[in-house]
Each structure stands twice: as structure tokens, then as C-alpha cells.
Unconditional design. Structure first.
Length: 202
């Protein structure tokens, strides 16, 4: 008869241990040093990590991003935390809309190519978690920054991120009526519609 209370206590300890492991797994810190990331929704945001893998800078790349980042401080946070907060802020401010098809472009640059794949995977995972919880429709585009001729000049001339410049260049290969002047003024949702249409027409 005395064994029953002991068994219950043991089971409780096991249960608490499993819950703790699950919490640690879900909040596991993801650190990649000297990473450069841009997130384009319509706000375009630049994220930079330091030698310890924690964020040292989050910068607005356009006016919409200045509004979104106003009052926020991401310094010393992890990439996971920053992505979660930025996506939530974008939804709260209406840059992501429940009633339409949305798009997010993630661009990365890391010295170690193996780490870059991991970085893109974790960012995609964080956005997908938000999609699952919110039931929002979001297409995720991912690209890596490479030394492509003229990309820096396009980015500077039209005041857009390098990632967006690369996506516009890609879209223009399918649509000869599209120009940098016009596409630079489009948000990601509008560019997404062009790409979906082009791919559907095959």
C-alpha cells in the first residue's frame, strides 16, 4: 500500500521534467555571430549580430520600418526573439493582413555557409510558427546575399534593401513591363502577386 504514494511522486517528477525539457527546447537560444539579415514586408528591416551571436543593431531601411521599430529595443536579444517581435509588430500595425495573401522576404549573409543554411531555416521556422498560430496566409521568400553585379547600385539608387533589389531583378526576368522605378515602390504583398501570377502562367 505504501508503494502507491511513492509511485505517484516519481511520476510527478517525470512529468515536471518533461515539461521543463519542452520549455527549454522551445525557447532554445539560436546564436550566429556576425550575421546580416534583412526582413522585407513593406517595412524593410536590417538585423546585425555581434561576435557573441546576440543582436547589436536593428535598423530601419525605409519609412515604414521607422514607424514599426519606434520605441523597440532589440539589442542583446536573440534572432529568434527579434523575428517573433518584428512579425507581431507588423501584424499589429497592419503591414500583415489576415484578409489577403501576404509575403515576407528574408535575406541573409553569414561568413560560414553552413551556418547560413541554419540561419535561414530557423527564421523560416519562426515565421511558420506565427502562421500556424495566427492562421494568416504568408508566403516566405528566402535569398542569400552574393556578389551580384550592379545589385548594390540598384539598392542605393532606389533606396531598397539588397534582398528586395534581388527579388525585383528576378521578377523582371519574367515580366518585361516591370521596371525598378515601379517595383521599388511596391510592397512585398504586391510583388508576391506578380510572382504568383508569373509562376501560375508557367
Amino acid at each position: 500500500m505504501k508503494k502507491t504514494p511513492i509511485l505517484i511522486i516519481v511520476l510527478l517528477f517525470v512529468l515536471v521534467g518533461l515539461v521543463a525539457c519542452k520549455e527549454n527546447s522551445s525557447s532554445q537560444r539560436f546564436l550566429i555571430k556576425d550575421a546580416y539579415i534583412t526582413i522585407d514586408i513593406n517595412p524593410s528591416i536590417e538585423i546585425i549580430t555581434g561576435e557573441d551571436g546576440y543582436i547589436v543593431q536593428v535598423n530601419p531601411l525605409n519609412q515604414e520600418a521607422e514607424v514599426l521599430l519606434s520605441g523597440s529595443n532589440f539589442v542583446s536579444k536573440t534572432i529568434n526573439e527579434a523575428i517573433d517581435e518584428i512579425i507581431k509588430l507588423a501584424a499589429d500595425l497592419g503591414y500583415l493582413d489576415f484578409t489577403v495573401e501576404n509575403a515576407i522576404l528574408v535575406t541573409t549573409l553569414v561568413d560560414n555557409p553552413d551556418e547560413e543554411d541554419s540561419l535561414q531555416a530557423i527564421i523560416k521556422k519562426r515565421i511558420e510558427a506565427y502562421i500556424k498560430d495566427s492562421k494568416m496566409r504568408i508566403n516566405i521568400y528566402r535569398t542569400k546575399l552574393e556578389n551580384e553585379e550592379g545589385l548594390n547600385e540598384i539598392s542605393e539608387q532606389y533606396n531598397i534593401s539588397l534582398g528586395k533589389a534581388k527579388l525585383i531583378t528576378y521578377a523582371m526576368t519574367f515580366d518585361n513591363t516591370l521596371s525598378y522605378e515601379v517595383a521599388a515602390l511596391m510592397n512585398m504583398r504586391e510583388l508576391n502577386q506578380i510572382i504568383i501570377l508569373v509562376l501560375a502562367l508557367g
